[in-house]
Design a binder for this molecule. Structure first.
Ligand SMILES: [Zn+2]
Length: 563
């Protein structure tokens, strides 16, 4: 091999005029080639051994459908479906047939998506993978038909669906037939979902146009590869329309995560594991180990204390925060992000986890434990997108029949300009409304401050428990004193009469139980709280999990009806 050839620039795939998206370089052929992202000379072998990622700059090269299937599924487990479905030419578009033939020869595929079933770390799943070499994986009749059949067959065989998306959008050559595929695939997903099917969508570079505006964005869980272009309109079209340059990172995966549209960004080398973890959590039976952990070493007892001291304790800087409870009490927590409307609120953390063999949905208001983290988490004051994320996860829990466990710890919902613009009141109201009818068990545990509507939006539950030194009230004592006495300095006095302690609230029938705390509750002295909560949660779940859904909802209705 001559040196001249060794550094030959690898070719881009022609996108055609109809596609307005970034070019995704393929892995260069030959021993050594130039990376199309960073222009470095790289060994092809190194790229192949590195999940088709440039070892110099981390640029993600495109992956052929069959290679992707090999990367994600267990050896020899893939069984292809609908292999022979090929294109239609409703416009009798001249040259289309020839174009398809060239693509078929070049890619050894009949169309731009490969579908079938396979195992991922032993878990059965239906899977579809798009291949952007094939007319930019644009969606014409054949792609729409194969994806629709994928969901229909998965429903029949009771399999989850994983769809690896990459597309320039609808295929122009087939005219409105292509547009209709968006509706057809969406309808198939709706039917699949209404029957309880799990759909995980994985977005890769690039996912745009009619594919983004249909099946790509309809996953129960939406994952993305790093730095992938994901959007409806292509960047060039947007720039031409608005007459300005787009900011760096616009429409990239990280941008979408920040704006609440995807659950997680997952690295290529971790993708198979993440997918199989998600399949496992969704596929396992709701069995729970009921063995009660005896712990005679760590026993706490309720203590008497004045209300203001409890207020101070509830706000203590070293008090364990929501994420610490999640880490301590659950296994295999997989965090999900975003409200699918506007953003991802770090003041609320939620996702799926295992609790002694039972899949659960866990959601926590999170204050953060360092100053930097406090700021990032807005001191535990959620924005509307936080409540909307929580509700989205609760609805998902309902679909997959998982109990919901909420940890409440907020001074109150965020009072700010942006929060009002985005409907803070509407977001809280929707949570109260929807939680009242949720067909799965819900338990809320107040672990610190239970401030106002911001706390209640996470506490329309079957049972509400409070840590001994947590508080739950209509407003902070400062706010209460300020409104009634025009003097926020009289907060201590307000705390005395507001009946905001766990003992007061239990006596009033507002909460079911109190969790005793050690003298000074920190992450170091947490074990007695942990063991108590662990046992109580086991008992709660075993009591409610087999209860009829209508009965759960009726009991929750009655619980608030008497207040
Ligand atoms: Zn590179």
């Amino acid at each position: 091999m001559s040196l001249k050839n060794a550094f030959k620039k690898s070719s881009y795939v022609s996108l055609g005029d109809e596609n307005d998206i970034n070019k995704t370089p393929e892995v260069p052929e030959g021993i050594m080639k130039k990376c199309n992202y960073c222009k470095s000379a790289i060994f092809t072998e190194d790229v192949k051994n590195n999940y088709n990622i440039c070892p110099k700059c981390g640029g993600h090269f495109r992956i052929h459908a069959r290679t992707r299937i090999e990367m994600l599924t267990d050896i020899d487990s893939f069984e292809e479906w609908d292999k022979d479905i090929s294109y239609k030419n409703p416009l009798e578009y001249s040259g289309y047939e020839d174009k398809i033939k060239v693509m078929q020869e070049k890619t050894k595929l009949t169309e731009a998506v490969v579908t079938g079933k396979a195992k991922i770390n032993g878990e059965d799943t239906a899977i579809g993978v798009m291949d952007s070499r094939f007319i930019m994986a644009s969606m014409g009749w054949a792609v729409g038909e194969k994806i629709t059949r994928l969901f229909e067959k998965a429903l029949e065989e009771k399999l989850p669906v994983i769809l690896v998306c990459a597309s320039g959008g609808a295929r122009m050559q087939e005219g409105i037939t292509s547009l209709m595929q968006m509706a057809k695939t969406s309808a198939a997903i709706k039917r699949f979902s209404d029957n309880g099917g799990l759909y995980i969508s994985l977005l890769t570079n690039p996912t745009t146009g009619g594919v983004t505006a249909s099946f790509a964005m309809l996953g129960d869980i939406i994952l993305a590869e790093p730095d992938a272009l994901i959007g409806f309109a292509g960047p060039r079209v947007i720039e031409q329309t608005i007459g300005q340059k787009l900011p760096k990172g616009f429409q990239k995966s990280e941008f979408l995560l920040e704006h609440g549209f995807i659950d997680r960004i997952v690295k290529r080398k971790e993708m198979k594991q993440v997918l199989s973890d998600l399949l496992k959590v969704h596929g396992c039976e709701r069995n729970i180990c009921t063995e009660v952990c005896e712990d005679n070493e760590h026993i706490c007892e309720l203590k008497s204390m004045n209300p203001w001291s409890r207020v101070e304790k509830s706000r203590a800087k070293d008090r364990p925060v929501g994420t610490f409870y999640i880490e301590s009490l659950f296994d295999k927590f997989i965090e999900m992000h975003g409200d699918r409307y506007f953003g991802d609120d770090p003041a609320i953390v939620g996702g799926v986890a295992m609790f002694h063999g039972c899949p659960v949905t866990v959601i926590a208001e999170e204050k953060g434990s360092t100053t930097k983290d406090n700021i990032k988490r807005n001191f535990g004051m959620p924005s509307p997108e936080g409540y909307r994320k929580a509700l989205r996860l609760m609805k998902q829990a309902e679909k997959f029949k998982r109990p919901v466990i909420c940890f409440v710890d907020t001074p109150g919902a965020f009072c700010g300009l942006e929060a009002e613009e985005r409907g803070q009141g509407e977001a809280i109201a929707s949570n109260l409304y929807e939680m009242s009818g949720l067909k799965v068990p819900v338990v809320s545990i107040v672990i610190g401050e239970g401030g106002s509507g911001g706390a209640l939006a996470m506490a329309v539950a079957d049972e509400v428990w409070m840590l001994e030194n947590s508080i739950y009230s209509i407003l902070s004592p400062e706010g209460f004193a300020s409104i009634l006495w025009k003097d926020s300095k009289r907060a201590k006095e307000a705390a005395e009469l507001m009946r905001l302690t766990a003992a007061d609230l239990k006596a009033a029938g507002i909460i079911e139980d109190i969790i005793p705390e050690p003298e000074h509750l920190t992450t170091e002295t947490f074990s007695c709280v942990k063991n108590l909560l662990d046992n109580k949660l086991k008992k709660f779940i075993t009591t409610y999990i087999y209860m009829d859904a209508d009965e759960i909802v009726q009991r929750r209705y009655d619980r608030f009806r008497v207040m």
